[in-house]
Design a protein around this ligand. Sequence first.
Ligand SMILES: [Zn+2]
Length: 223
Amino acid sequence: MADEPVEQSILVVCAHPDDECIGAGGTIANHTTCGHRVGVLCLTGNEQRNAELRAACRRLGADLVLTSERDDFDISLALVREVADAIIRTRPQIVMTHSQDDYNRAHVETSRVVVEAVEWASHVTQYDDAHRVERVYFMEINSLITHPNVMVDITSSYDTALDALRQHQSQVEKAGGFYPRLYDARTRLRGVQAACDRAEAFTVYLPRHAGPFYHQNSVQTLL
Ligand SMILES: [Zn+2]
């Protein structure tokens, strides 16, 4: 009997409500339009910003939104566990999160937590139903990635992504509309580099999944 097809899904883990739109809004919309599941886990929030996050995710077609009432955070065992639990629950092939070259401290901390949680979630001594994430994509917010190795063409989803970003009403008017203007300019820049109208840029990280407990790493030949 043929194996059941694996449902392809993505989990986006971000520091603040609105990062999911600024970093990967068009990419999220591209995938949900194709019928893939996308979940968003945000590590900080409050009542208003979480309501905005849910409205934005509805626009993007993301079907699962995991929010927090946390103001700020440091890397802790509990936080790594929280992200690993979300990975176990959603079982994504791909996790998207912040770049570790970002200037924002919370973005960098989030990225580090995610990399640790991806390893932890795949470990059979931690979880009976351990799950191996195949790839992690680091996204850009205000700090541009110096050498992106993947550009996602978001020409067809830009309007949806911008509409989703505008759902973050407490943020979009700040500093003369900085975030929508940044998203407009940055996706056009990346579009020039990617030979399309608009794009979002990422770097790819392959989880190590290394160590004595990863039997899937055992092969007979390398070719
Ligand atoms: Zn942020």
